[in-house]
Design a protein around this ligand. Sequence first.
Ligand code: BGC
Length: 720
Amino acid sequence: MKIYDSSYITASFENADICPVFRRQFHSEKEIAGASLEISALGVYEAMINGKRVGEFVLAPGWTSYDKRLQVQTYDVTGLIRGDNDLRVTVGRGWFRSPMPGFTDSDDKHRRYAQPCGLIAVLTLKYADGSEDIIRTDESWECGESAVRFSEIYDGETYDACFETEKWLPAQLLDWSHEILIPQEGEEIREVERVAAKRVFVTPKGETVVDFGQEVTGYVEFSVNASAGDAVRFDHAEVLDSDGNFYNANYRSAKAVAEYICRDGEQTWHPRLTFFGFRYIRLLDFPGDPRTEQFTAVVICSDMEQTGTVSCGDPMLNRLFSNIFWGQRCNFVDVPTDCPQRDERLGWTGDAQVFVKAASYNYDVEKFFRKWLRDLAADQRPDGEVGQVIPDMLPEMPGSAAWGDAAVICPWQIYQTYGSTAVLHDQFESMKAWVDFIRSVTTTPGLWTDHFHYGDWLGLDAPSGSYKGSSREELIATAFYAYSTGLVIKTGKILGRDVTEYENLYGEITAAFHKAYPEYLTQTEHVIAVRLGLAEDPQKTADALAEMIVRDGTQIKTGFVGTPYLLHVLSDYGHADLAWKLLLRKEYPSWLFSVRQGATTIWEHWDGIKEDGTFWSTDMNSFNHYAYGSVIDWVYEKAAGISHREDAAGFTSLVYEPHANPEIGFLKAELRTRNGLVRSSWTCGEEGVRYELETPVPAEVILPSGRRTVEPGKYIFWEN
Ligand code: BGC
């Protein structure tokens, strides 16, 4: 990249909260054959040439482990160049300089917050006569205060439309690493949809609120006719309280306020250097009477192609599917985050691990995860420990089982879904290092003992006052230790490495596990023993799980760790009917309870809003946490029957084993795999169940009447 020879520049004035704008004016006389801009920033930038925005990437350069990796974007800007040119770049704090995480303090947080803003770029002008001009960031650039008076990830943005940059100063050179510069790896974050406001109303408290009818991630664009100096100011919320009032206590310390000072006349604005997670806004200031048509929610997310669809005969289940897709879009903004609204919005490794399979069916996330996994490897600590969040904004916090295992599970799943071993090549050292880390810190060989863990986070069998379910933490930790070691072995074999050491380790872990845990006490313990391959008699364990669930009132008690695998274990061992019962249950706790309560995304807690309309809590109550949406991978694989064996990564062949359910009438699923489009549907009628399969690859068909193998093609099967 040419950018390596450019200098970083920074603002030459004390800019505190005001976002600086950098400017370079130039004249180009000759006929242009092509122009390209390589650019990156310490912060998030918006670049304009002659008043037109460069590219569609919102919040560029995206979010990486900035100390080690900073993405560079390359834009073709040929169409924007004229004779006299004005190149301007406004730089906001973004993830680079915002005080993140908001819920905790640390030296590292202060270090990041105090970092300088920076810009680095090179513009190459190629002329028709074959000559070239190269314009690099250096002291010839100018800088000034921009109309963005404040911008930050949690608190929002303030823009003064009356402000004109009058004072321009020479930019200053900034000494910053060039080694961190890497070409763009992830998907660009883009504006992907516009959601018109559904209504403007006054709450019982007398506040004016705009409802978009759907929780989204992005920002609100409004149009207004105003006088210079009028203010527009609003904050954001996900839900209303039981009285119908605006409620945002669950954003905790994140202020999430957008503020705009108007100029004279008709004008349209939206924040440009930050984003919010919301369904509602409360108008704190607004000139005139607000009308619905003045407001639009602009949805932003990593620009991933949708690869999966599911629909069925039950409207509530369809709403759940929609909530899962929305939950993914809302939280896949360059990094897989836990939630998009409160003072967190971090790349929690556990959440990503739990959801990666579902994510990889819903959308093409190969690029997205490969980039994030490189950040994970970059941020891995010298002893192989993987932090709780990636980028690691909690470097002082220890890793946890089922969180750090994202280092192993995510690459393996990306390989399984898409079939390319590239991700395994990239990540193998990191995968091994995580397992080596566990081996080096455990106090009991073969088990993972004496370490911090999140356990079965948010398990419903948690003792009162605790967020951790009552499954034994060290059982979970050891099970994941075994599972990750097993995946390292499989990966090593695919890559042709010697994995004898890990095979021995695996034997040691399973033997120790069996000795230490002769019985399982909770739903989650049963689930992971079977799913992670540790139960000595999986059928017996799955049967015991089924009995336990029924004894518990045919309801889930699992948390983050057990929930994603629960329905799989049931249907894999002859309890598909029970799996369906859990999925179709409408009372708390269940997936459909939140749908009944009006959810438009997936909730962090099964009872984020309780039956009586009150909230689960204010301190941990996100209404947009994708983790429990992982259930959709069961819908593709077991309900619709679209799956593959481990040695058919990328769906080079199919295992088609659907589990129909008369209660919902029909189910249709499509999955665009790397080997072609798979279509599956079933309809339950009086004459039995009609299954339709369209497969681009050979398929092993497993139906109640028996097994057969079919070649690529379209098939109809009937079962009574
Ligand atoms: C996050 C989770 C995360 C957890 C760690 C929470 O605050 O929102 O989703 O995995 O902490 O247990």
